[in-house]
Ligand binder design. Structure first.
Ligand SMILES: [Zn+2]
Length: 175
């Protein structure tokens, strides 16, 4: 399922021809019919997406917490684009940091949606082919973990945490 989400992000980048790194995530949101609004939400709320009416395409709104780090905001926007593209049944999706606690609740259907939206966001901001192309020379040259993660997180304009997970998932880090 998450592979499907990754492929959907790759297909969207191909379709729009908006290559990075760093990918212009707000332009992508606009191209998907969503405007981005920044608001000072309460701290644990990272973002939300409100879909437009079915008969008014292009009127979705992505809200992102302006008090979070700009790199985290980029990931949130990409995550909300994922909800917009993958989970069409809902009018409103709200992403709270408290959702992390839901991981223990196996009966919650939103867990898979969150995984999908995260996989979509990772693939959109850090396309596998680009990460591979840019990581390989560093790995061959024996770069330290922190140099690799730090350097690539700047190139892709994502948090070191997000890049660390991505490199782990793509097999460039083993811990
Ligand atoms: Zn979400």
């Amino acid at each position: 399922m998450s592979r499907r989400a990754e492929r959907a992000a790759e297909a969207l980048l191909d379709e729009l021809g908006l290559a990075g790194p760093p990918v212009p995530v707000e332009e992508i949101a606009l191209a998907c019919g969503a405007v981005v609004r920044r608001e000072r939400f309460r701290r644990e709320l990272s973002g939300m997406v409100v879909r437009g009416a079915a008969d008014e395409p292009g009127t979705a709104v992505i809200g992102v917490n302006s008090s979070h780090h700009p790199r985290r905001q980029r990931f949130t926007i990409a995550h909300e684009i994922g909800h917009l593209r993958l989970h069409t049944g809902r009018k409103v999706t709200v992403d709270s940091g408290l959702r992390v606690d839901y991981r223990t609740d196996a009966g919650n259907p939103s867990i898979q949606e969150e995984r999908d939206a995260n996989a979509f966001a990772a693939s959109l901001l850090m396309p596998a082919a680009d990460v591979q192309r840019l990581a390989e020379p560093h790995v061959r040259a024996g770069a330290t973990r922190s140099a690799l993660v730090g350097g690539l997180s700047k190139t892709f304009d994502v948090s070191e945490e997000a890049m660390g997970y991505r490199l782990l998932n793509l097999g460039f880090l083993s811990y």
